[in-house]
Design a protein around this ligand. Structure first.
Ligand code: SF4
Length: 78
C-alpha cells in the first residue's frame, strides 16, 4: 500500500473546503477553521503519515490539486 506524508500548511489554508470534497475521509476542519489531516487512529494533525490504497492516494492528490492556495503537500515515502 502506498505510504504518504500529508501536510496542511495552516498559514495558507483559507477554509475553502475543496479538500474535504475530494477526500472527506482524510481532511477535516479544526476549531479554528483550518483543514487538518485525519489519521487512521482518528487523530487530527497538520501532518500525518498515511497508509492508503491507490484509490485513496488518487483522492488525496486530487484534494491537494484542488486546494486554491496549495496548502496541501503530499510526499510519497514508500
Ligand atoms: S482546500 Fe486548501 S484552503 Fe481549502 S480547506 Fe483544504 S487545505 Fe484549506
Amino acid at each position: 500500500m502506498p505510504k504518504l506524508k500529508v501536510t496542511v500548511d495552516p498559514d495558507l489554508c483559507i477554509a475553502a473546503a475543496s479538500c474535504m470534497g475530494s477526500a472527506p475521509k482524510f481532511f477535516r476542519m479544526d476549531d479554528d477553521n483550518r483543514a487538518v489531516v485525519a489519521g487512521a487512529d482518528g487523530s487530527e494533525a497538520f501532518t500525518q503519515i498515511l497508509e492508503v490504497t491507490d484509490a485513496e492516494k488518487a483522492a488525496i492528490l486530487e484534494a491537494a490539486g484542488s486546494c486554491p492556495t496549495t496548502a496541501i503537500a503530499v510526499e510519497d515515502i514508500a
